[in-house]
Design a protein around this ligand. Structure first.
Ligand SMILES: Nc1ncnc2c1ncn2[C@@H]1O[C@H](COP(=O)(O)OP(=O)(O)OP(=O)(O)O)[C@@H](O)[C@H]1O
Length: 965
């Protein structure tokens, strides 16, 4: 049993101010119009499925039965100071009415949707229906339960606080707020046509008259915004009716004298995506749209519409794509802000023109309704959508509030709240008062919706005071800018009117403000330049690294190219060898032989495993080959060449010698030709000299490798006296005067061939120098012959260490330093050694009693191995014990025929070696022959040959000529 409501108590409130919602104790909320049963059924069915326009066209039914607005309930008597009821009515009428000719204000319409079925069941309508059925008189005072908002006038509503919302001590009393100033209050029984007539028709008229306009439907969720905008098939909403009117008007205008117009339709939505916003075109399958800085949407499809049916069909298809979802508050709640754009364009006189003149734009926005979590029960993504929707609604309201504040106080700058959402960015022109806008507030009158309704009314009531002082009717950007400029000018003009400052003061203030901006601009530019500089440096460093890499790459490629070139040359040589076997083969073999010889010699130097016998045999063989090749090269006989190849295959060492000797032959022949011209005596032993050269070069090649070792031993002699390498002293074959003479013409070429044929020219020149040094060093070794004699006699050796007399060679053993002496000096030194040579020759001619002794020494001289060096080193160590013992050890393996010759034998090896190397290998044969003949006759020949060679030595040596010159 519901107790009867207590009598309304008077709630004293401040008298309502103009333009502000007044909480009045006055009117009792008007009862909602009683819907018919059919209406309730229709409403329930439509809630089950929120169909787009087309489907709604099929099952549309009037949402509420049209019923006249009930008369305002009698105002409860206020005994105390309650304002008279007429006061509220007068206030409402005074605020809602605008004086004619006054500045235009923002139009705000309020539509109260009918209560849904449950609320209606709670209200008194069943009783009214029963009374109507029983034909009873309706109750005089319908129960006010279930409804909190009633229309109290054409532009006013009364919002009554539900009893459940009142605090305890105020329960039983009625607290009502009156909101007036609306352009029109559309009660729940208003039809869609009524809404269009009152709300949209003025906008459409202005649109057809060339003025842009915007209608925004606002309100909480489920308040009927979508229903108002799109409607149903039987109760089409504002958009379908607008399209109908537009085309009707267009048809009428075509019949008249007005210029023809074309219309275009665009529909898009702004929805939430994560924490951001997204724009989707609902008329095309295109992907996301882009909102540009100018407020235009890039890529938005604009479809030309020519009649209502096509336009509605297009609109229905677009609405099918709109984002909707079911919530506790609405079965098909919009989750996005939907915007419909109808653009009119004046057709040109030339109908074929594709660029009609841009005309006004009529925009209709169906915003998503604000939601409360407890009402919607949203979770997860729905809750995110709720936040997005509420934020957008809040930003929209803030923009309007800021515009109002700015209009109230021109000093206050217009806040740029529109930047906070895409919707407000797009509607910036409207929210800044440059274009005309109309609001329609949709509210629910139920008590349960009191909070939402109250909030919306409180929020939107001030918007009615927004004025349009300078509207921008053109839609193009240029006009907008012009309007902005005019607004600014107007603003400045008003400022001047208010403050009336002097022009100088204004200028100064302007300059001051500009000066304040300068440092910030400077800072911004500085930061910008710093960022650019950093980026540039980084790019530069990266580029440098890339350049370095490229250079390295190029270098590697160059190396590869060189190697390939070498290979190519080699292949060319081989090809040409096949074409010209003899000549090219010789050349190629020369290089190959040189390299092989180099490896052979180095191997010999490293391992010392080459036996002297084998070397001697190779040299013999080489000498023969030189002669053969020199003959073959003149005839270029392929058979001979193949024979040569066969021979070279037998022994690589032999090849080496042959190849070396080819060069040597050329060089020595040149040299000897010159020598022939000046010393004809030397022509006789030419062939022998070649053989000797071959032999000597083998020595030099080995000696060179040991030279540094010998020098190091010389310099590291502990006694500080005249020391020498044991290998030089103990191996008499290395101390040859023949070297002194032969080497200048052959040594460089031969030795270079063996050692550095594969090296670069600079290295080769160094090697040449080294070989010449070696050559000069060999002179030192020969000069040491005298010292050898001292070594033979330890007492004399002791004297030699301390003696610096004339007999001692002036050339000091200073390693490479000694080798750098002038050849003239060398010849001078040779002259000083001449007596010793003669003595040696004499000894060889007369004193050689044992012919066999020369052979082993010669063999040892050809290829001094490490064994010999080690032997020499051992001998060197024994030097403290006496060189005599060492020499005896050295010759221990040699047969000794009698003890009488022991004294001579000490000198014989030296002299024997000297003459052997001087005269060549044929000395063995000579020795044999001499041994057979008694040696008397040949000794003179040998002596003569020695004299000839000494003369040759005296002659100024041929200056070294580079091989590659
Ligand atoms: N004036 C009306 N007459 C009859 N039914 C209405 C009316 N207004 C709204 N409705 C019904 O109320 C329900 C919700 O309406 P609607 O979807 O238009 O609300 P909304 O404001 O668009 O909600 P949301 O913001 O969640 O999208 C719909 O089923 C609609 O048919």
């Amino acid at each position: 049993m519901a107790s009867p409501p207590p009598p309304p108590t008077t709630v004293r409130r401040n008298p309502p101010r103009r333009g502000r919602p007044a909480l009045t104790p006055g009117p009792t909320p008007a009862p909602a119009p009683a819907p018919t049963p059919a209406t309730a059924t229709t409403t329930l069915r439509s809630r089950r499925r929120k169909a787009p326009v087309i489907s709604r066209l099929l099952d549309a039914e009037p949402a509420v039965a049209a019923s006249p607005l009930p008369p305002p309930p009698p105002t409860p008597a206020d005994v105390a100071v309650s304002p008279p009821p007429a006061a509220a009515t007068a206030l409402t009428s005074s605020t809602s009415s605008q004086p004619a000719g006054a500045e235009e204000r923002l139009k705000v319409y309020l539509r109260i949707r009918p209560l849904p079925a449950p609320e209606r069941e709670r209200g008194g309508r069943p009783a009214a229906a029963r009374a109507k059925a029983k034909e009873l008189p309706p109750p005089k005072k319908p129960p006010p339960t279930g409804v909190c908002l009633v229309a109290t006038g054409p532009g006013s509503v009364a919002l009554t606080v539900p009893q459940a919302k009142l605090v305890d001590h105020r329960r039983g009393r009625t607290a009502t707020e009156v909101f007036d100033g609306f352009s029109a209050v559309l009660p729940p029984d208003s039809t869609q046509n009524d809404i269009f007539t009152q709300v949209m028709n003025p906008l459409v008229d202005e649109f057809l008259g060339g003025k842009s306009g915007l209608l925004v439907a606002m309100g909480p969720t489920g308040s009927g915004k979508t229903h108002t905008v799109f409607g149903t098939a039987r109760n089409p909403g504002l958009v379908p009716q607008t399209l109908q009117k537009i085309f009707t008007a267009a048809d009428e205008s075509e019949g008249g004298n007005q210029s023809p117009r074309s219309f275009y339709l665009s529909v898009f939505e702004i929805l939430c995506e994560g924490k951001g916003e997204r724009i989707l075109d609902l008329l095309s399958d295109a992907a996301e749209l882009v909102l540009q800085q100018s407020g235009t949407i890039k890529g938005l499809k604009e479809v030309a519409i020519s009649n209502v049916m096509d336009a509605e069909s297009l609109l229905s298809r677009g609405m099918l794509k709109r984002s909707t979802a079911a919530t506790d508050a609405n079965m098909e709640s919009s989750r996005s802000q939907c915007i419909i754009i109808i653009r009119a364009a004046h057709k040109n006189i030339d109908q074929q023109s594709e660029h009609p003149i841009s005309g006004p734009v009529l925009t209709i926005a169906d915003l998503a309704g604000a939601e409360r979590k407890k009402n919607t029960g949203n979770k997860g993504s729905r809750l995110l959508e709720s936040n997005f929707i509420n934020n957008t609604s809040m930003v929209f309201g803030l923009c309007l509030r800021a515009l109002l504040d700015h209009q109230k106080n021109q000093k206050k700058t217009l806040e740029k709240h529109f930047k906070n959402s895409m919707l407000t960015k797009y509607l910036k022109d409207y929210l800044e008062g440059r274009k005309k806008m109309t609001l329609i507030l949709n509210v629910k009158p139920g008590e349960d919706d009191y909070a939402d309704t109250s909030y919306l009314l409180r929020q939107a009531s001030p918007y009615m005071k927004i004025r349009y002082t300078s509207l921008d009717e053109s839609s193009d950007l240029v006009s907008q800018k012009r309007t902005n400029v005019s607004l600014v000018c107007q603003e400045n003009k008003k400022k001047r009117k208010v403050n009336k400052p002097e022009p100088e003061v204004l200028t100064q203030a302007h300059l001051n403000s500009e000066l304040q901006r300068v440092p910030r601009s400077e800072q911004i530019m500085k930061n910008l330049f710093n960022a650019l500089w950093t980026v540039s440096k980084q790019k530069l460093s990266e580029s440098e690294v890339a350049v370095k890499r490229m250079q390295e790459l190029l270098r590697d490629k160059d190396i590869e190219n060189i190697e390939l070139k070498k290979e190519l040359d080699y292949l060319k040589a081989r090809c040409s060898h096949e074409k010209f076997p003899i000549a090219e083969d010789t050349h190629v073999k020369e290089s190959n032989a040189a390299s092989i010889a180099q490896s052979s010699v180095s191997q010999s130097n490293q391992t010392d495993m080459v036996s002297s016998d084998a070397a001697l045999e190779n040299f013999h063989l080489s000498t023969e080959l030189v002669q053969k090749i020199s003959e073959e090269s003149t005839y270029s006989d392929p058979e001979m060449s193949s024979a040569y190849c066969d021979m070279t295959e037998k022994s690589v060492d032999c090849d080496t010698s042959v190849a070396n000797l080819i060069d040597e032959q050329e060089l020595s022949s040149r040299y000897l030709k010159k020598e022939e011209s000046c010393t004809p005596d030397v022509t006789e032993p030419k062939c022998d000299l070649k053989k000797e050269n071959t032999e000597i070069m083998g020595q030099v090649g080995n000696k060179e490798s040991d030279g540094s070792e010998s020098r190091s031993e010389q310099t590291s002699a502990p006694d500080g006296g005249v020391t020498h390498a044991p290998s030089h002293l103990d191996d008499p074959s290395e101390l040859s005067f023949t070297e002194l003479h032969i080497v200048p013409c052959n040594l460089s070429a031969q030795f270079t061939d063996i050692q550095v044929s594969e090296k670069a020219p600079t290295e080769q020149s160094e090697e040449e120098e080294l070989s010449s040094n070696t050559e000069v060093e060999s002179i030192h070794h020969d000069v040491d012959i005298k010292e050898m004699k001292h070594h033979d006699y330890p007492s004399s050796s002791q004297e030699a260490n301390s003696d610096t007399g004339d007999n001692r060679p002036s050339i000091e053993l200073q390693g490479m330093g000694a080798a750098q002496q002038n050849p003239d000096e060398l010849v001078h030194e040779l002259g000083r050694c001449e007596p010793m040579l003669k003595e040696a020759a004499a000894e060889h001619a007369h004193g050689r009693q044992v012919p066999d002794e020369g052979l082993p020494q010669t063999k040892a001289s050809i290829a001094p191995t490490k064994d010999c060096q080690a032997e020499g080193t051992a001998d060197d160590k024994k030097e403290n014990l006496g060189m005599e013992e060492a020499n005896e050890d050295l010759c221990a393996s040699k047969p000794r025929e009698n003890t009488k010759k022991t004294t001579r034998r000490r000198l014989r090896p030296r002299s024997d070696m000297t003459l052997k190397e001087f005269t060549g290998l044929d000395i063995d044969a000579m020795d044999s022959k001499r041994a057979a003949d008694g040696g008397g006759a040949q000794s003179a020949t040998v002596a003569g040959r020695s004299d000839a060679l000494i003369r040759l030595l005296r002659a100024k040596p041929q200056p070294m000529r580079p091989r590659w010159g």
